[in-house]
Ligand binder design. Structure first.
Ligand code: 3HC
Ligand code: NAI
Length: 697
């Protein structure tokens, strides 16, 4: 027997305990151990077999790290079939998260029991595949087509109570999985319960699978796995079990070979890697109980909401009583949303708004804060004034953070007597919803302050990425480059609507012009004015159509019109007829003869500008690894997850071809398209971005 499955016989019950920390993934040793365990139990005079997991969970699925490597026998579907074929009664006792292949092992068992807090599901579509060990064949036989499609195409986790109601499990009991499993197995032996194989249950009644396939494909915005999984479930209804298993295998292998699978698994591991920084090993974060937030506008209110929901006490400081009450109202509105969605109870709402939140106008109220986040106007003078005051009132060791989008955190830190305590914590709007947090480490930021930033992110359930100081850090710096690329394509002949459509087809939730309308066109206008005032590089191109749109009072969704007209609502956007004439006038003034762009060229240029700037960001150490860029774009900028992020996308396209494109465009515009040194270096060495991720791990 392997150590990954421990065998023991207790009375009539053979116990197979999984021991493969941290999540009992079903790697080769575990699969072999299960087969060996069942065979031994059958020879050992046992009447029943109990399968459960030691540690924090039942099996959390196939071992994702084995994907892409040559598969090794025994394969998981055969393990499930072998378990089910046993003449002994097999019971699975679930705790933690029984996911994917883990739930499929349980479905191959004859009876299933779970602790009340157990969660289960078939999340394969979230990593670009579908259940491949009988999940699409057994679950529909057990609970019917509709409920199975819900679980399989969403990949969502189902709590034990709901699973019991759906018929996925037979029983819930309090105790350890070992205790409840042993008791249940004994109960079944005493009752002479029959062996009960899911595969022998009748085929479930069919539904209109073609219509469902189309609907699921549309909802998934270009992601294939959920729709392909529908075809797997269809087989459970139309084919005998063994043939259904073959069909499931074919579809599973098809998805396994896709770039989407590779992209999604890259995203899975990258989002876990971003928080692992060697320099933080063994560095303890500072205490975090009470925080301060300065400025209760869009961002400050969102940050305060997120902090309150994560159990922190918050003091929010505003300029005057009126602004303070308005901020309180914004936070209460956000929390009202959480109450409506059932995230908090009415009692918690009252506690959060009346006890945990304190609004103030006097800096003295921040004297006890462990960490203060400033979210006032984006103006260096105002920020410096705030940090000077914070320096005077905050207790020693308090972390002083800025939520600035673009400003120099080193300059902000330098106006205090404690630059080691100063850090950038860049949240995204709306801050209580968006998961991304850029942790901006300035030259003098102390390591335990960085660790405290990550601790705050974890407490707030954010995905935190370390960034260095530069104009726009990781995300906004790359954003301004690819936005400029789009703006240039408009000058040269593309329309905002064609660009949005091409990028939405690629998988972005919204194209850049729809996003600009949502964020407010006044933001970009202010940036352009600032850059012109600072003196733009003469080699950069400029344009006025977007300014004219703003001068006419069109700021996007909030004014009802921007690039689109929102008279019929945000979803029913239609092109604003005033826009194209403004663009045409701009082209005419600049003497540009417009040319046609294909969707493919739009995508290629947009992505190349993104990747090229990202390569600079990594080359300069602003992002430590390419995966930090990927996670930033995935969580903050609507980059389609199934493409893995821009760096992963670039690797999959091939860096030499991308560099060749950039060089060919550089002939017309050498300033904008100057290749990033890191990109040139990687191509010369025959390496890619993921090699850099591996070097760093
Ligand atoms: N395979 C390999 N490693 C896994 C894994 C898996 N299925 N699931 C988690 N891990 C690793 C993580 O990478 C992490 O490793 P690290 O410590 O080196 O970073 C460690 O286990 C702990 O994971 P988390 O940090 O995510 O721990 P949480 O407690 O937050 O979450 C979890 C646990 C809910 C199990 C979450 O990790 C998860 O959702 N895992 C993926 C589950 C999944 O997709 N299962 C289906 C696999 S595909 C399959 O089964 C195919 C079959 O149908 C044939
Ligand atoms: P906002 O204009 O909505 O809110 C700013 C708030 O700060 C106002 O309520 C104002 O009364 C208050 N304020 C100004 N000066 C103050 C002072 N000296 N003391 C106390 N309160 C003061 O601005 P928003 O959008 O919330 O932005 C705040 C900061 O967050 C800026 O630095 C911005 O760049 C950054 N940011 C903005 C994002 C966005 O999408 N809006 C995203 C990420 C960061």
């Amino acid at each position: 027997m392997s150590d990954a499955i421990m065998y023991e016989k207790i009375g009539d019950i053979a116990v197979l305990a999984a021991n493969n920390p941290p999540v009992n993934a079903l790697g080769l040793a575990v699969r072999q151990g299960l087969i060996d365990g069942i065979e031994r139990a059958e020879k050992d005079g046992a009447k029943a077999v109990l399968i459960y997991g030691e540690g924090r969970t039942f099996f959390a699925g196939a071992d994702i790290r084995e994907f892409g490597k040559p598969p090794a026998e025994p394969f998981l579907p055969d393990v499930c079939t072998r378990i089910e074929a046993s003449p002994l009664i097999v019971v699975s006792a679930l705790h933690g998260t029984a996911l994917g292949g883990g739930l499929e092992i349980a479905l191959g068992s004859h009876y299933r029991i779970a602790v009340p807090k157990a969660r289960m599901g078939l999340p394969e579509v979230l990593i670009g595949i579908m259940p491949g060990a009988g999940g699409t064949q057994r679950l529909p036989r057990l609970i019917g087509i509709d409920k199975s499609l819900d679980v399989i195409t969403s990949g969502r986790q189902v709590g034990a109570q709901e699973a019991l109601e759906m018929g996925i499990i037979d029983k819930i009991a309090e105790g350890t999985p070992r205790e409840i499993g042993l008791a249940y197995a004994q109960e079944l032996i005493d009752a002479a319960a029959p062996r009960r194989a899911t595969s022998e249950m009748p085929n479930p009644a069919p539904v209109d699978f073609d219509a469902l396939y189309d609907a699921v494909l549309k909802k998934a915005r270009g992601q294939l796995a959920p729709a392909v999984a529908v075809r797997g479930v269809q087989a459970s209804s139309e084919l005998p079990f063994a043939e259904g298993m073959k069909r499931e295998r074919e579809l599973f292998m098809e998805l396994m070979a896709t770039d989407q699978r590779e992209g999604l698994i890259h995203a899975f591991f990258s989002e876990r890697a971003v928080g692992k920084l060697p320099e933080l090993d063994g560095v303890a974060p500072r205490d975090l109980n009470a925080i301060g937030v300065i400025g209760g506008g869009t961002m400050g209110a969102g940050i305060a909401t997120s902090a309150l929901l994560s159990g922190l006490k918050v003091t929010l400081l505003e300029m005057n009583d009126k602004a303070a009450e308005a901020a309180r109202g914004r936070i209460a509105g956000n929390l009202q949303g959480a109450l409506k969605r059932g995230k908090i109870s009415a009692a918690q709402f009252t506690d959060l708004t009346e006890t945990a939140l304190n609004v103030a106008t006097d800096y003295a109220a921040l004297a006890d804060a462990d960490l203060v986040i400033e979210a006032v106007f984006e103006d260096m003078g105002v920020k410096k004034d705030v940090f000077t005051k914070l320096d005077a009132v905050c207790k020693p060791g308090a972390v002083l953070a800025s939520n600035t989008s673009y400003l120099d955190v080193n300059e902000i830190a330098a106006c205090t007597s404690r630059p080691g305590d100063v850090i950038g914590l860049h949240f995204f709007s709306p801050a209580h919803v968006m998961k991304l947090l850029e942790i901006v480490v300035a030259d003098k930021t102390a390591l335990d302050v960085v660790a405290t930033g990550f601790a705050l992110g974890k407490k707030m359930s954010k995905v935190s990425v370390r960034a260095g100081v530069c104009d726009g850090f990781i995300g906004n710096r790359i954003l301004s480059k690819y936005r400029t690329c789009a703006d240039y394509m408009i000058l040269d002949g593309a329309s905002p609507y064609q660009i949005d459509a091409a990028l939405e087809k690629f998988g972005f939730a919204m194209g850049p012009y729809a996003v600009a309308d949502l964020a407010g066109l006044d933001i970009g206008w202010a940036v352009r004015k600032r850059k012109r005032a600072e003196g733009m590089d003469p080699r950069a191109r400029d344009f006025t159509y977007a300014d004219k749109l703003c001068e006419d009072g069109n700021f996007g969704q909030k004014t009802g019109k921007g690039y689109y007209d929102y008279a019929a609502g945000a979803k029913a956007r239609v092109p604003n007829p005033e826009v194209l004439p403004l663009i045409e006038a701009d082209r005419a003034t600049q003497g540009i003869t417009p040319r046609a762009f294909t969707d493919e060229e739009i995508l290629r240029r947009y992505m190349a500008s993104m990747v090229n700037e990202a390569a600079r960001v990594v080359g300069e150490g602003i992002a430590k690894r390419p995966l930090d860029v990927d996670v930033t774009l995935l969580y903050g900028y609507g980059f389609p997850r199934y493409r893995g992020g821009p760096m992963k996308w670039a690797d999959m396209q091939g860096l030499p071809a991308l560099l060749a494109d950039i060089k060919s465009w550089a002939k017309d515009d050498p300033y904008f398209w100057e290749p990033a040194p890191l990109l040139e270096q990687l191509v010369a060495e025959g390496r890619n971005f993921d090699d850099l991720n591996k070097d760093a791990s």
